[in-house]
Design a protein around this ligand. Structure first.
Ligand SMILES: Nc1nc2c(ncn2[C@@H]2O[C@H](COP(=O)(O)OP(=O)(O)OP(=O)(O)O)[C@@H](O)[C@H]2O)c(=O)[nH]1
Ligand SMILES: [Mg+2]
Length: 709
């Protein structure tokens, strides 16, 4: 492949709500540009960018993927290279979209011409703003029944402002959709019905001339509005020359003032050549960003270091994605932030302090990789077999280190306990899971210290199920998912005082130790405190830690229902010993006996973890959501609005959260999301407490109690 410098590279993030036709549009663009031979369909598992087996099975994009086209527009006869980052659109997989967009220089936002703007439309719009990406709307699936360009555009303008302006109008709609009218060049583009992507460019049909003229003038006015010189010219002549219109549109797009909209159909391959031209002519090249900012230390520490996106700078690359290929092993997706990366270069991983060899650097067409000799500042590539490099790492010239900050993703919403089915599964599980975690930084895999369960956390049940399926198909590991155990705790509500006496006379040497202990409740979160208040050698110094150990061990085992006892102080104030018969173990037992006796007076109680939650959803769902939160023993703390969404803040017992994600999805038709974090422990209500204790005594798990409740 030809070597492209950054000026001739356009990296476009293809984003939008689930099912808006992103993957189909990318495949159609590649076909129109002649980079693939067949217009493969997502539904048949033949698209370029949905190549993962899970994606093919489910017919949705789960992970971001990379493709490229080489394209010359009439205005730019020199070919440019367009990198497409096809991203997932379903809410549950949207973290991967955010992670991948960091590598883009502009974004396409697809909006279904039937459904109009949806939740994720606004989400990806926000991402684009965060990453400072110019935004172009593609009103997609224009060939569908009931497709409406004007209606969709109106809805977009209502939500996102009048900066959304059409630069092309559709020629026909629904089954009659056959092309578009270019409002800059004022020509009609009519496409062959066979999906070849070839258009005949000609005059605007008479019946559409008036509408086209009006839209053309509106576009000119919008472009002129932001520029005094253009405004003057516009007032004088009542129009703008095409050259000025083009320039003005480019400037307004870069400034985030205008967001052009174009109609298209990926499935029928209508409008893709127009779109490719638009990308080549209007969207920023990879070097237009001019500067990037990193830090002298990892984790945003140290001083800021700015670097221009230029071949003249030392080489630096940022890894934005990792893929665990079953055959090729680890594949790293990177962006060249500065300098020129040559094939076979050995560069330093600043994050991990190791050198890595970039052998066979390549460009990706979905799963297919083509080796290249070098990649220039601003471009994107892939490389296999890096030893230690992971997503979020910066590598480059050893003499010029800097660290680009890794993308911060929201914390997972839902957790499951994963249990390997067999012994063999258990042995393979950890290795397999770590490979999957490398690919998906929005997953968490932890061992809960108290319950000893392995917890897998993600953005929703389907996200976790994808992992389970991958474990099985790719790594041959079978697991079952269960609701995680709630890490209840125990504590005391009252003071107590007792004597623990361990005395045993069995032939030879006996055992003897007496510990007198007071206990008192401590504040939530205080943990355990031990106070040595022994005077006059009632217990020799060396045995005092033994008493403490005995109490700690007993507290670990709990008193009511087997959960660890916390937030109390134990004061050892007196005791007795025997010169011959006393020992460490005798005092340990005395300590544990004292603990148990104290419990008889100390009013032990169960504690449950409470989470702070924030629930986001369109306003119309607030009432239902608050009802649901109340029914789950939640306490509403306040309500806010953010854009068109409302935010409900509440505190909720963890035990009630286990199926909240599922309930939220059904209550809000998939438009809600939430964030939760641990807040504190609080007393379990009396009735529930009695049930948990009774079930513990009957040898059952607390979870079954919750299910019954
Ligand atoms: N009628 C019509 N159907 C389309 C068009 N584009 C895509 N589809 C269909 O819509 C479905 C989803 O298409 P995709 O291309 O996978 O959509 P996507 O936006 O990539 O979906 P996710 O990545 O899962 O969010 C498939 O069944 C496609 O065949 C189109 O232009 N017209
Ligand atoms: Mg897709």
């Amino acid at each position: 492949m030809k070597v492209y410098t950054g000026e001739a590279v356009r990296t476009v993030g293809v984003t939008g709500h689930g099912d808006t036709g992103k993957t189909s549009l990318v495949t159609a663009c590649l076909f129109t540009a002649g980079l693939i031979e067949r217009l493969g369909r997502v539904d048949e598992g033949q698209s370029v960018t949905d190549f993962d087996e899970e994606e093919i099975a489910r017919k949705v994009s789960i992970w971001s993927a990379l493709a490229h086209a080489e394209w010359a527009s009439p205005a730019q006869p020199e070919k440019v290279k367009i990198n497409f980052i096809d991203t997932p659109g379903y809410n549950l997989f949207i973290n991967d979209t955010k992670a991948a967009l960091v590598a883009a220089d502009s974004s396409l936002i697809l909006v279904d011409a039937v459904a109009g703007p949806e939740v994720v439309t606004e989400k990806v719009w926000d991402y684009a703003i965060e990453y400072e990406l110019p935004r172009v709307f593609v009103i997609s699936k224009m060939d569908r029944d009931n497709a409406g360009f004007e209606r969709t555009l109106g809805a977009l303008q209502e939500r996102l402002g009048r900066g959304v302006v059409p630069v092309a109008l559709p020629l026909g709609e629904a089954a009659g959709f056959r092309g578009l009218i270019d409002l800059v060049g004022m020509k009609a583009w009519s496409y062959e019905a066979n999906g070849s992507g070839k258009a005949t460019v000609g005059d605007i049909p008479g019946e559409l001339a008036e509408a086209a003229k009006k839209a053309h003038e509106a576009l000119i006015e919008m472009v002129a509005e932001g520029d005094d010189k253009l405004m003057e010219e516009f007032f004088e002549k009542g129009t703008l020359p095409e050259g000025d219109l083009r320039l003005g549109l480019r400037t307004a797009l870069r400034a985030g003032r205008l967001h052009p909209a174009v109609p298209a159909s990926g499935l029928r391959n209508i409008g893709t050549d127009y779109l490719l031209n638009f990308i080549a002519d209007y969207l920023p090249s990879a070097v237009e960003r001019k500067e990037t900012t990193g830090f002298s230390q990892p984790e945003r520490q140290g001083e800021q270091v700015t670097r221009s996106v230029s071949d003249a700078e030392p080489v630096a690359v940022f890894v934005w994605k990792t893929l665990a290929d079953p055959f090729a092993g680890r594949i790293s997706y990177f962006k060249v932030m500065s300098g020129v990366l040559k094939n076979d270069a050995t560069i330093q991983n600043y994050t991990r302090g190791v050198a890595e060899r970039f052998q066979h650097i390549s460009v990706a067409q979905g799963k297919k990789h083509t080796q290249v000799a070098e990649l220039h500042a601003g471009d994107i590539g892939v490389v296999g077999k890096l030893k230690e490099t992971l997503t979020g790492d910066t590598l480059g010239d050893k003499a010029a280190p800097l660290h680009y900050p890794p993308v911060k993703l929201p914390e997972p919403l839902i957790s499951f306990a994963v249990e390997p089915k067999t012994r063999q599964d258990e042995e393979k599980m950890s290795t397999a899971m770590h490979k999957i975690l490398e690919e998906d930084p929005s997953l968490r895999y932890t061992r809960e210290a108290q319950t000893r369960e392995f917890l897998l956390s993600g953005s929703g049940q389907q996200h976790i199920e994808v992992v389970v399926s991958k474990l099985k198909k790719r790594y041959g590991v079978e697991v079952t998912l269960k609701a995680p155990k709630v890490p209840y705790r125990e504590t005391i509500r009252a003071r107590a005082e007792a004597e623990g006496k361990h005395k045993k006379q069995t032939g030879g040497r006996g055992q003897f130790g007496v510990a007198r202990v007071k206990m008192e409740p401590l504040a939530r979160g205080a943990g355990f405190e031990f106070v040595d208040d022994v005077f006059g050698g009632a217990i020799p110094r060396n045995y005092i830690p033994s008493v403490e150990k005995g109490i700690v061990a007993a507290a670990e085992r709990g008193y009511l229902a087997g959960y660890p006892m916390v937030d109390f102080r134990a004061i050892l104030y007196d005791g007795q010993y025997h010169d011959v018969d006393s020992s460490d173990i005798a005092f340990k037992i005395a300590g544990s006996l004292a603990f148990k006796k104290c419990m008889e007076q100390a009013k032990p109680a169960l504690l449950e973890p409470i989470l702070n939650i924030e629930v986001y959803a369109p306003q119309e769902f607030s009432g239902d959501l608050m009802g649901d939160i109340n029914a789950r023993r939640g306490r509403i703390q306040g309500m806010d609005t953010r854009g068109t969404s409302s935010v409900i803040k509440a505190q909720m017992p963890m035990a009630e959260m286990l199926d909240f994600a599922t309930a939220l999805t059904s209550l809000t038709q998939g438009r809600g999301s939430y964030h939760a974090e641990f807040a504190h422990y609080d007393f379990v209500p009396r009735e529930l407490e009695q049930k948990i204790i009774a079930h513990h005594k009957a040898g059952k798990e607390a979870e079954e109690v919750e299910e019954e409740a």
